[in-house]
Structure formats: structure tokens, C-alpha cells
Write a protein that binds this ligand. Sequence first.
Ligand SMILES: *Cc1c(COP(=O)(O)O)cnc(C)c1O
Length: 453
Amino acid sequence: MTETLPALDAATIPQSRHLATAIPGPRSTALHAERASQVTSGFGIALPVFVTRADGGIIEDVDGNRLIDFASGIAVTSLGAGNKRVAQRVAAQLEAFTHTCFMVTEYESFTQVCKWLNENTPGDFEKRTGLFSTGAEAVENAIKIARAATGRAKVLVFDEAYHGRSLLTMAMTAKVNPYKLNFGPLPAEIIRAASANPLRPAQGLAAGAEAALASVEATILEHGADTFAAMVIEPIQGEGGFIVPAPGFIPGLRKLADKYGIVLVIDEIQAGMGRTGTLFASEHEGVAGDLILTAKALANGVPLSAVTGRTELMNAPHAGGLGGTYAGNPLACEAALAVFEQFEDGTLLANARRIEQIAREVLEPLLASTEIVAEVRGRGAMLAIELADAGTLAPRADLAKEISAACHAQGLVTLTCGTHGNVVRLLPPLVIGEELLRDGLDILARAIADAAK
Ligand SMILES: *Cc1c(COP(=O)(O)O)cnc(C)c1O
């Protein structure tokens, strides 16, 4: 773990926390005021700090502070935001050409990215891939493909799901505020079913996969099994609270999808690309989706997303039915190829598993030593702490906010999530050094202990 950085990638910024001012400092505060005078107020902000450089596990700001990065730009910059090999490949592509549009004239890197995804995603069957730009676009295209292939319309989604902010995907997302509030009417044919949240089972259901699956099947039958084109599930629910589903739930969905001829779409946009210690989080479940979605860490911050899946599904839409001006942009494809190269020797996956081990060692004692930590959960470098009152399990969003604010003040960038906003999530880059990781975890553990007093 001291050797976390892949050989070529010495980070470009000192890998230590440094506080030069209060967080945010005066320059960030001034820039934030300017932002407010120019930028729509419809964007939220986790930490109003303006960045000059970022790499490894560090974000450097305009006031000279060096913050520990436990966010990775929401699970995107897994290889460090200043990753050298990504920068080199993108720079070379910039010199050659920035864009042709893959629907106008072609370039080989697009094919190579598709080939890697076809070969490395779960599922021992012939596959094809389409590239797009954002995660929401990948989700939308998966629905288009599933509808074209099945001739059916309905889409099954789950409690606590997050699939994006576009018109279709916000309807698929579970949480109303902030994602859907005031933005209706929403698209039709989206049906929601119970998930298998081990800590908080759906209303009226016993905990565990069996009860949830029975409820899902009842929902499918109630709406007509032969009317569903797709069911879409995250292998670990992300924005919904880093919920690892009860064991057996996702394999059970696989069986239901097969039984009723429904396309199983696995949304690995947040959990995929090595984040959980395997290349894809569905590997932990031993399940292959018919379609699998990647984005976020796929190109380490250059916008790129993909739908990969069974050839007979992927080739169902008519030629010209899929695409997009920027879909699979050459800069993004080069970035993805640089990412793939760096996964080759297994170091990054080992890092993700080691991050989990260290984080659990520091955070799990808080389960017994405080009355506010209901669960420490997740896989690999996708970990979370749920805050709730002991006994009643009443969610404590106020504590998540307070703890996050204390971390920010100490120079640790953390994010919250969860349907009830009571979860603090950890998404450090997979290249973070052990010392920096432990410094960040100590800050977090202290903030939790303080909040528990
Ligand atoms: C972030 C996310 C999306 C949406 O991706 P965007 O690039 O923001 O459109 C979809 N699904 C999951 C699971 C995500 O975490």
C-alpha cells in the first residue's frame, strides 16, 4: 500500500494535507461570490473551494490549501485527477485532431475501447458496445436498445435507485428532492419495485433477498410481465446510500429477468471500473447483465460512457438509431485506453481492497464506541457510514451534515448521500497513499466521535 501509485505515475503534487487558511479561504470565498453572480443557482455545491491542481489523493486550492480527496469528483478520477498517462494520451490526440464525429468519419480508438469493454465486462457471450458521453445518456440508450429488442415499453426500477438527471433518468431515479421536484410531468412506463436494503427493508417486508424478490415478482405480474422491456439495477446503489443489496437479490433478479424475457441492465456507472476491488461490481454477485453501463471512472474525468451487452440486443436498433455528436469523442477514448492500460497489472484492484481493509479497521470500532453509527458498509473503495439513532434507527441527516462540515474544515473532502441524506460516503482515488488515507480516516473518525458527544 505504500507502493500505491502505479510505476509511471508519481503524483505531481505533494501528497500531504496542508491548511494555509480557513476552508474555504478568502480567494475561494471571493470566487464563489462571483460565481453566484453569473452561474445558475440550480447547481448545488458540496464544498465551495476553487481548485488549481489535483492529483493522487490531493486537491490544491487557490488559497494554497491541500485537501485530502475522499470524493474523486464522485467516483470519477480513480487514477488521480492529474494522471500522467491519461494526460499524455489525451495531449497526443489533441495534437492530431479533437473531433470528427464517429457518425461522420471513424477513428480506431473508438473500436478499441469497445473491444476492451466487450472482453472485460462479465458475461461469456458475444457482445457489442456503443459509446456515449454521460452516464444518463448510457442509461437512456440502454432503454432504447431494450425497447427496440423486445418491442415492449415498461422499465422496472427500484427503491433508492439513482440513474441520472435527464428527463427519462430522473424519472428512473427514486429520490424526489432534489432530482425531480418541480420538473414534471415525468415520462410514463417507469415502474418502481422494492429493493433489498439490509438495514431498512421496504415497508412491510422482511429483511433479506427472498421477501424483496417476491415483492418484485408481484410488481412485475401486477403490471404485466410481457410489458417490461428492461429492469435496471445498480450492483451497489450509489446516491441512494451505498447500499449493498442483501445476498441473493441480484442473482434473483437475473432469474426473474430470464423467466419473463426482461432485459437485465446493470448500472455500473458508479460502482464499476475497479472501484469495489473487482473490475465490475456485479462480479461480486456472480451475475452478468444482458446490458452493462459504464461511465464516471471509465475515462478518469474525460466525459465518456458506454452500453455493452449481448450482440443480439445491441444490434436490434436500426442503423442511425443510436449516436450523438460527441458520442465516444476521440479525446475521451484515448483517456479510457490509458485507464485500461493501468488496470492491467492488478495494482489498482488490490489498492481498492486494501483501502477497504484500512478504512474498516479505523471506522468499524465506531459502531460500538458511539450511538450514532448504524452501519459501516460498502465494497473496496466505495464505502459509507450511515448515521442514525441507536435503537429506533431514525435517520440523522443533521449529523451527516455536521460530520461532513467538520471534515471539510480540517481539509478532508467528503460527500453525503442517501435517501434520507444521513450517509457519509468515501470515494478516495484508488491511487491514494496509505499515509494520506489514514490521515483522512482519522479526521473522519474524530468528527464522528465529536458528533456523538
Ligand atoms: C452518476 C450516475 C449516473 C448518471 O451519470 P451522469 O454522468 O451524471 O449522467 C447514472 N447511474 C449511476 C449509478 C450513477 O452513479
